[in-house]
Design a protein around this ligand. Sequence first.
Ligand SMILES: Cc1cc2nc3c(=O)[nH]c(=O)nc-3n(C[C@H](O)[C@H](O)[C@H](O)COP(=O)(O)O)c2cc1C
Length: 191
Amino acid sequence: MNVLAIQASPRKGGNSEALLEAVLDGVRGAGGGVELVRLADLDIGPCVNCGGCEKDGRCVFDDGMIPLYEKIIAVDRIIFASPIYFYGITAPGKLFVDRTQALWNRQRLESEKGAPWHTDPERKGFLVSVAATRGKRVFEGAVLTMKYAYDAMGLRYGGEFLVRGVDRKGEMEKAADELARAREFGRLCVG
Ligand SMILES: Cc1cc2nc3c(=O)[nH]c(=O)nc-3n(C[C@H](O)[C@H](O)[C@H](O)COP(=O)(O)O)c2cc1C
C-alpha cells in the first residue's frame, strides 16, 4: 500500500515532523511504502479563483503543485501533517488544500458526464496535528478543512492523530507514550 505523506509545517525538525515520522515508522513496519513531501520546500502559489479548472479540471498554473495532482490521484493513503496555526492548518498547508479545487472540479465535470463521484472508500486520508495549547476545540478547524479537502481529492476521511501541549522544538520527541501510540496509528492507517 502506498502512502503520500505531506508535511505542512514550515519548521524543520519540529513537533509535527517528529509525530509524522513516528506514524510513518508504523506505516513502514506494516509494509507500506512512503513518499514524503515537504510543502515549504515546494513552490506552490495560491488558488486565485480564476475559473480555469472549472472548464477542464486542470489548474492553469505551472508550479510545484502540478506533480502532486497525479500523486494524489494514484495513491492509496494520504497522511497530512500540520501544526495548528491560529486554529487551522499552516499557510503552506492551506495553499496546497486550496489548489485541490482543481480536483474537485475534475470530479464534478466527470460526474456531470455520468461518472460516479470518485470518493473511493478504499482510498483514505488522515490528519496528524500538534498544538501548543490544550484547548478542547483547538483542532476543529483543521479537521473540518481536511475532511473537505479529502473529499475534493476523492479520498474518504480516515481519522486523525492529535497531540496537545507541544510547542518548542524537541517537545514531541520527549513524549514517548504519544510516539508509541502514533506508530500504532500508522500501522492502522495501512491496515
Ligand atoms: C503563527 C503561529 C500560530 C500558532 N497558533 C496556534 C494556535 O492557534 N493554537 C495552538 O495551540 N498553538 C498554536 N501555535 C503553536 C504551534 O502549533 C506549536 O508550536 C507546534 O508545536 C508547532 O509545530 P511544528 O514544530 O511542527 O511546526 C502557533 C504557532 C505559530 C508559529
